[in-house]
Design a protein around this ligand. Structure first.
Ligand code: XIL
Length: 340
C-alpha cells in the first residue's frame, strides 16, 4: 500500500469514496486518506439515519464522519435529503384516532391539509440538517465545514412514466412540484438563497447512462431550470457492469453538458457478472482504464467510487471496486493509474 501512487494525485477531479464509521480508524482509514480527497457518507446522512422518529434528530454517526473529514482535510458530499428509500414511513403518515380512542397510522392523503403536513416535514428536515452542520462545523464554504455538495433529491426519475417522475410517496402526496420545492428549501438553508453559494445542490440518479433514463432525466432537469429551480448539478451514480458500453456513458455526459450545470459521478462501481476469475478482474481493469480515459475529457465536479474495497461494497458479489478485502490494489486500480 505504501509505495503505490495515490489515486487522488492521478485523476483530474476531486476523487471520492463512500464510507461509514469502519473507515475512520485503522488500515482502512489510511487507505481512504491516501487515495481520496473526498467522501460520501454511505448511509449516515440519509433520512432514516438522521430523523428516525419525527422531531428526534440523531446526528452522532454523521458527525463522527464529519469529524474524520475535518481531521484529515477531506471534502464531504452530503447524501441525501429527499428520497423514496431509507426514509421512515412516518414522513408519509398521519395518526388518526377512532371512537374508542385507538390510534392508527394511515397514509397522508392528497388533501391540502395533508400536503401542508408533508411540505412542513420536508422543510423541517432539510433546514435542520443544514442548520446542524452549520452550527457544529461553521458556515458553509469556510475552513472547518467540509461539506461541498449535497444530493437534494435522489432517484426521482422513472423513465416509464409519461412525465418521467417516479411515483414515490413524495410524488403521490405532493405531485411533481416537490422537486423544485426541495431545491428552493435547500438553496435557502445551505446557501442563504445565493445561487453561487458554497454547497452545490444535485439531482442524483442511477441508470442515467441508459438512453431512456437519460432522456427522462434530461427533460426533468430542463424543466426544473426553466422554472428557475436552484439546481446546480446532475449526479450520475454509475452502478454499472462490464457489459455496460462506455460509449453510452459518454453520450450521457455530452447530453447534459449544454445545460451548463455541474456533473459528477456519484456512486461508481463496475460489477462482474458470474464467477470472479483473474481473467474477469483483468477485464475489469481495462474497463476502469477505458472509462477513466473517457471521464478525463470532462470537467466533473467530483468522481466517487461507492466503497473502499470489494468486501465493503453493497454489490460485493460482483467485486466492483478498486481494492480487495485485504486492501490490496486490484487491476481496476492499475487500470486507472497506468493510463494517467
Ligand atoms: C446503499 C448502501 O451502499 C447500502 O449500504 C444500503 O444498505 C443501501 O443503500 N443508490 C444510492 C445509495 O443512492 O444511497 C445506495 O447506497 C446505493 C444505490
Amino acid at each position: 500500500q505504501d509505495d503505490i501512487p495515490s489515486l487522488k494525485d492521478v485523476v483530474p477531479w476531486p476523487f471520492g469514496v463512500a464510507i461509514d464509521e469502519r473507515e475512520t480508524t485503522g488500515a482502512s482509514s489510511q487507505l481512504v486518506t491516501k487515495h481520496f480527497g473526498q467522501f460520501t457518507p454511505e448511509n449516515q446522512m440519509k433520512p432514516e439515519a438522521i430523523q428516525p422518529t419525527e422531531g428526534e434528530f440523531t446526528f452522532a454517526a454523521a458527525d463522527a464522519l464529519m469529524d474524520f473529514a475535518v481531521d484529515n482535510d477531506l471534502r464531504v458530499y452530503g447524501h441525501t435529503l429527499v428520497w423514496h428509500s431509507q426514509t421512515p414511513d412516518w414522513f408519509f403518515e398521519k395518526t388518526v384516532t377512532d371512537a374508542e380512542g385507538v390510534e392508527t397510522a394511515v397514509p397522508l392523503s392528497t388533501s391540502a391539509e395533508d400536503q401542508a403536513v408533508l411540505r412542513a416535514r420536508m422543510r423541517t428536515h432539510i433546514e435542520t440538517v443544514a442548520e446542524h452542520f452549520r452550527t457544529t462545523y461553521g458556515e458553509y464554504g469556510t475552513a472547518g465545514n467540509p461539506i461541498v455538495g449535497f444530493d437534494v433529491v435522489n432517484e426521482v426519475i422513472a423513465e416509464s412514466e409519461p412525465d418521467g417522475l417516479r411515483r414515490s410517496e413524495w410524488f403521490r402526496v405532493l405531485g411533481p412540484g416537490y422537486i423544485a420545492e426541495a431545491f428552493e428549501i435547500a438553496s435557502e438553508a445551505f446557501n442563504g438563497g445565493d445561487p453561487e453559494g458554497p454547497v452545490a445542490l444535485f439531482i442524483n440518479d442511477y441508470n442515467t447512462e441508459l438512453p431512456a433514463k437519460r432522456e427522462a432525466m434530461f427533460s426533468v432537469v430542463e424543466d426544473l431550470l426553466a422554472a428557475g429551480a436552484p439546481v446546480d448539478g446532475v449526479g450520475h451514480q454509475l452502478h454499472v457492469s462490464l457489459a455496460q458500453p462506455i460509449g453510452q456513458i459518454k453520450e450521457t455526459l455530452d447530453r447534459f453538458a449544454p445545460l451548463g450545470l455541474l456533473q459528477n459521478v456519484s456512486e461508481l462501481d463496475v460489477g462482474i457478472d458470474g464467477t470472479i476469475t483473474q481473467e474477469k478482474l483483468v477485464e475489469q481493469g481495462y474497463y476502469y482504464a477505458d472509462l477513466f480515459d473517457v471521464l478525463r475529457d470532462y470537467d466533473l465536479s467530483s468522481v466517487t467510487v461507492w466503497g473502499p474495497t470489494d468486501t465493503r461494497s453493497w454489490r460485493s458479489e460482483g467485486s466492483p471496486l478498486l481494492f480487495d478485502g485485504q486492501l490490496q490494489a486490484k487491476p481496476a486500480y492499475w487500470g486507472i493509474v497506468d493510463r494517467a
